[in-house]
Write a protein that binds this ligand. Structure first.
Ligand SMILES: Nc1ncnc2c1ncn2[C@@H]1O[C@H](COP(=O)(O)OP(=O)(O)OP(=O)(O)O)[C@@H](O)[C@H]1O
Length: 258
C-alpha cells in the first residue's frame, strides 16, 4: 500500500439478517484529501461510517487505517489510532457545559495517568490546565468560546453541530468523519460551515470524509465523491464527473436533483 493512502476499504460490507446493508464497498482516501460520500436515503452511508469506526464489525472485506487492519477493533481503539467522527443525530453530553464537552474528548489522548488524577498530583493539574487551554482554543475556532459555560443542550441547533465537530477535533484525529454536518442548517450557516471545514482541514492537516445531502456543500468543497446506492458503490469521481453521471442522476430521480 502506498504511504499516502490513509484509509483503504477493501470489499467491505455487513449483512443484517437477510439485508445486505453494504456490500463490496471499496474506498481509498489519500492523506489530506477531502472526500464526499453521498447517496439516496437508506443507501448505506451511515452504516459505512459505523463499519469504519468499529460500531459494526464487517461481515465481509477488510479495512486498513494508516496501514493497520482495523476491522474488529472496538471504537475507542480506532479513535486512539486517529479516526474521529460526528453523528447524524447530534450526540453531545447534553447536561455538560460546552467547555466540558470538548474537554471530555481531549481525555482520549491525555497523557495523564489514573494515579496522578486520583491523587491530584502536580502533573494532574498541569494536564488539566493544558486540557482547558486546548479546549478553549478549539471553541474559539468554532466561535463557541463565549458559550463555554452554557449547558450544551441550550445551544441553538447549528451551534450544537459545530460543537460536535469541535469535540471530534479535540480527539486529535488524522481522519475526521462528518455525518451530515450541515443537516438542519440554513444556507447562511451551511456556507459558514463550508468555510470552517476548509479552514480546519488546512489548520490541522486533516483528511476528511463527509456524508452530506446538501449538494452545494458536497460539490463545493469535496475533491472526490463516492456514491452509494442500495448498499453498493454506484460511482466514484470528481464533483463534475458525479454531477454528469447518468447512473447517479437516475438514482437521485425523485429526490433533490444533483
Ligand atoms: N442495525 C441495523 N439493523 C438492521 N438494519 C440496519 C441497521 N443499520 C442500518 N440498517 C439498514 O441498512 C440500510 C442502510 O441504512 P443507512 O442508515 O446506512 O443509510 P443512509 O445512506 O445513511 O441513509 P440516510 O441518508 O437516510 O441517513 C437501511 O435499509 C437500514 O434500515
Amino acid at each position: 500500500m502506498s504511504s499516502e493512502v490513509l484509509l483503504d476499504v477493501q470489499s467491505a460490507g455487513i449483512q443484517f439478517g437477510g439485508l445486505k446493508a453494504v456490500s463490496g464497498f471499496n474506498l481509498k482516501i489519500n492523506k489530506g484529501e477531502l472526500v464526499g460520500l453521498i447517496g439516496p436515503n437508506g443507501a448505506g452511508k451511515t452504516t459505512s461510517f459505523n463499519l469504519l469506526t468499529g460500531v459494526y464489525v464487517p461481515t465481509e472485506g477488510e479495512i486498513f487505517f494508516d496501514g493497520k487492519k482495523i476491522n474488529g477493533l472496538p471504537p475507542f481503539k480506532i479513535t486512539r489510532l486517529g479516526m474521529s467522527r460526528t453523528f447524524q443525530n447530534i450526540r453531545l453530553f447534553d447536561e455538560l457545559s460546552v467547555l466540558d464537552n470538548v474537554k471530555v474528548a481531549y481525555h482520549t489522548h491525555a497523557k495523564d495517568s489514573v494515579m496522578s488524577s486520583v491523587f491530584r498530583m502536580p502533573s494532574y493539574f498541569k494536564s488539566e490546565h493544558e486540557m482547558e487551554t486546548k479546549a478553549l482554543e478549539f471553541l474559539k475556532i468554532f466561535e463557541l468560546d463565549k458559550y463555554k459555560d452554557e449547558t450544551a443542550k441550550n445551544l441553538p441547533y447549528g451551534k450544537q453541530r459545530r460543537l460536535e465537530i469541535a469535540r471530534a477535533l479535540a480527539a486529535n484525529p488524522h481522519l475526521l468523519l462528518l455525518d451530515e454536518p450541515a443537516a438542519g442548517m440554513n444556507p447562511f450557516e451551511t456556507k459558514e460551515l463550508m468555510d470552517l471545514i476548509a479552514f480546519i482541514r488546512k489548520q490541522f492537516g486533516l483528511t476528511i470524509l463527509l456524508i452530506e445531502h446538501d449538494m452545494n456543500l458536497v460539490m463545493g468543497i469535496c475533491e472526490r465523491i463516492y456514491v452509494l446506492d442500495h448498499g453498493v458503490l454506484l460511482a466514484e469521481g470528481s464533483p463534475e464527473e458525479i454531477r454528469n453521471n447518468p447512473k447517479v442522476i437516475e438514482a437521485y430521480l425523485g429526490e433533490e436533483v444533483v
